[in-house]
Design a protein around this ligand. Structure first.
Ligand SMILES: Nc1ncnc2c1ncn2[C@@H]1O[C@H](COP(=O)(O)OP(=O)(O)OP(=O)(O)O)[C@@H](O)[C@H]1O
Length: 333
């Protein structure tokens, strides 16, 4: 039996104020448009999509860093959108984040262990000596030595700084970690070390990850399931192996074809580059917040209905969900 979700996001919409049109009427920009997804205990859900698709805004809404326009975010059965402006400490502890650039959140004048001890202090955990012990323990678990505790951020490599950010999250014993482009700035070999570390930590703690990345190849290695966003909408979600073996949405197909990592032997890399050029262009406007499919201006199987009716997310018989008119009434495309 499938365990009930730890995180259950329903119909999440986040719209930002986009100033005034023609000098008088205020406009909004819909960054996330009726997105529903869930993350189960101990699971990793990958959230992928091109730049501007709404991945970070979804993550930031879950972390309560942006206001939600409508929809619900249930964490352990409690709708956190109803909690008011002050986020309870228990939620801030249970849901941690690892962002792309750890330097931005590490104080350059403080040794890196203080990132962990300060965070423990903020959550009222332990006395000074216990916090120091916990920091040393967290550093060890992320593969840093005691010698690293008293280094300054600038003295560490990008990978080591990301390990500090993971240690800071880990020390609070979170139940969910939102990893937002957590390995994107690292070189390939460091990326795989950090991915392996995250997977090992998940094994030993049972925590869940929402793994946000634009790179499908990286996401593939860590995710149990993958959700694909485009223009603020969820277009497909499926178990990882299934998504790669039989992608359903034309956008998912284009994304996989354009990902060099989906051609590991390199023999098809040229074809991937050509596909990336054909499908990955961002100069063609993605319609946002309007009825119709967000991929309609780039889809080679577009139909009249795609311009006017937003395709609902439908459950297919293989367990994947797809929002595409080609699959209406369970039809196979
Ligand atoms: N604070 C904000 N104010 C106004 N618009 C915003 C704000 N944050 C994001 N947006 C817009 O919302 C849309 C989604 O942005 P978001 O950062 O969530 O996408 P993304 O998929 O994470 O892309 P990237 O990987 O480039 O960050 C974009 O059009 C972006 O310009």
């Amino acid at each position: 039996m499938t365990p009930s979700p730890l995180l259950d996001v329903r119909d999440l919409t986040v719209a930002f104020d986009a100033g005034r049109a023609m000098g008088w009427r205020r406009r909004t920009a819909t960054a996330v448009d009726h997105v529903s997804l869930d993350v189960r205990p101990g699971e990793t859900l990958g959230l992928v999509g091109e730049s501007g698709s709404g991945k970070s805004t979804t993550g930031r809404a879950i972390l309560r860093l942006v206001d939600v326009t409508s929809g619900t975010i249930d964490f352990d059965g409690v709708d956190v959108t109803k909690l008011g402006h002050r986020t309870p400490l228990s939620y801030r502890r249970a849901v941690q984040a690892v962002f792309q650039d750890p330097l931005a959140s590490l104080n350059p004048r403080h040794v890196v262990s203080s990132a962990v001890t300060t965070s423990l202090h903020r959550h009222g955990i332990g006395d000074r000596s216990e916090r120091t012990d916990r920091a040393a323990d967290a550093f060890e678990r992320v593969g840093l030595s005691r010698a690293h505790l008293n280094r300054y951020p600038a003295e560490l490599s990008g990978g080591q700084r990301q390990r500090v950010a993971i240690a800071r999250a880990l020390a609070l014993e979170p139940r969910l970690v939102v990893c937002d482009e957590a390995v994107s700035a690292l070189d390939l070999s460091t990326q795989s070390q950090i991915i392996n570390l995250l997977a090992d930590l998940q094994q030993s703690t049972g925590m869940s990850y929402l793994f946000i990345a634009h790179d499908l190849g990286v996401t593939r290695h860590i995710s149990d399931r993958i959700a694909v966003l485009l223009g603020g909408r969820l277009v497909e979600t499926a178990p990882t192996a299934q998504l790669f073996a039989s992608p359903r949405h034309p956008y998912t197909r284009a994304l996989i074809a354009a990902s060099p990592a989906s051609h590991p032997e390199g023999r098809d890399r040229r074809r991937a580059r050509r596909a990336a050029h054909r499908h990955g262009r961002r100069d063609e406007a993605i319609p946002r917040g309007l009825p119709g499919c967000p991929f309609r201006n780039r889809c080679d199987r577009v139909m009249d209905v795609c311009h006017t009716v937003t395709p609902p997310l439908q459950l297919l018989d293989d367990g994947s969900k797809v929002a595409c008119h080609l699959y209406e009434d369970g039809a196979r495309a």
